[in-house]
Design a protein around this ligand. Structure first.
Ligand SMILES: [Zn+2]
Length: 327
């Protein structure tokens, strides 16, 4: 009989494990389920670290579950084996949605914005976390958007649809802006993808006059450079933060499901606009991160999402960074 956490907690399996739990652990019975909201949502989900003289704060907007039906090019048996290797059951993978506040000293830059209220109660915490982190939305000078999917750009809006960041420029790649504003793409899109287009357009419209489009590799703001990572969306981009000889590569959605895609970088997600290009880009980014030994951060890497990439033959492994306890 395979050992499972569910059976472990269900009681039926406790007889067999009693010897391991002698004395029993009474706290187990009272432990809230993993998906219960934290007691103080605004006090958790904030982790800071220094990159040179720049302070980077990871913000946990929340989480979503990625069902097996959303994987592209995946093999069920291999997925089950990778889930087992990650001490997880086969089935949906729970992934975080992260955003990053980059404090340049003279400017506060937010990289992606989370989801606002549009994607359900497990998400939408970025505004409260910004307040708790001492960077209320009106203090943000620049919002960099890695791509215009709802879990990245919808948080630029208030629940009423206005701009949440009244003093910020919104910076988006020209390629992504063009893709989501192309009526032919909207007409071709399946019904389920229509809200993606409408969300992207609503965000751009709310920042009319303060919208800045960037192209290719180059300066986004101050020492933060854009790195094109096309495939997931046509204008999907990462941002490289460079300061005092240190670097942080915020690679956006290069990896969605860490338990699978470091081992199987060919596997994509149904949300990839071009899955083949996304896979090529993912492997190139993984190669570069491993070869350069650069610190990475990702919007769906296990929170806070800071870590390194190790090469293992044709595959890769994510090595979470130690917390920067001093900051
Ligand atoms: Zn995403």
């Amino acid at each position: 009989m395979p050992f499972s956490r569910r059976r472990f907690l269900a009681g039926a399996g406790l007889a067999g494990t009693a010897v391991l739990l002698d004395p029993p652990l009474p706290a187990l019975a009272g432990t809230p389920p993993a998906n219960a909201p934290p007691a103080n949502a605004s006090a958790s989900g904030i982790i800071r670290r220094k990159v040179g003289s720049v302070e980077v704060t990871a913000l946990l907007d929340g989480y979503m579950d990625v069902g097996p039906d959303l994987l592209v090019g995946a093999d069920d048996a291999q997925a089950a084996a990778l889930a087992g290797a990650a001490f997880q059951e086969p089935g949906p993978r729970r992934i975080p949605v992260n955003a990053y506040l980059v404090d340049l000293g003279d400017r506060k830059v937010l990289v992606d914005t989370g989801t606002s209220t549009g994607m359900g109660p497990t998400l939408g915490r970025v505004p409260a976390l910004l307040e708790a982190a001492g960077a209320s939305p009106e203090r943000i000078d620049t919002v960099l958007i890695t791509h215009m999917h709802p879990d990245h750009v919808n948080g630029a809006l208030t629940p009423e649809g206005g701009p949440l960041f009244p003093n910020a420029d919104l910076v988006v790649t020209g390629a992504d802006h063009a893709f989501w504003h192309d009526d032919a793409n909207l007409a071709r899109a399946p019904a389920g993808a229509r809200p993606f287009f409408l969300g992207a357009r609503a965000a751009a419209a709310a920042y009319a006059g303060r919208l800045r489009l960037i192209e290719g590799e180059g300066e986004a703001v101050g020492p933060i450079r854009a790195v094109p990572l096309p495939g997931h969306t046509p204008g999907h981009a990462g941002f490289m933060v460079l300061s005092d000889g240190e670097g942080l590569f915020i690679w956006a959605d290069t990896v969605h499901v860490a338990a699978y895609q470091f081992a199987q970088p060919e596997w994509g997600l149904a949300f990839d606009v071009d899955p083949q290009q996304a896979a090529r880009t993912r492997k190139r980014a993984l190669d570069r991160a491993a070869a350069d030994r650069v610190l990475v951060a990702g919007m769906h890497l296990p929170f806070p999402g800071f870590g390194h990439v190790a090469r293992e033959g044709a595959a890769y492994r994510f090595v979470p960074a130690e917390w920067d306890y001093g900051s």
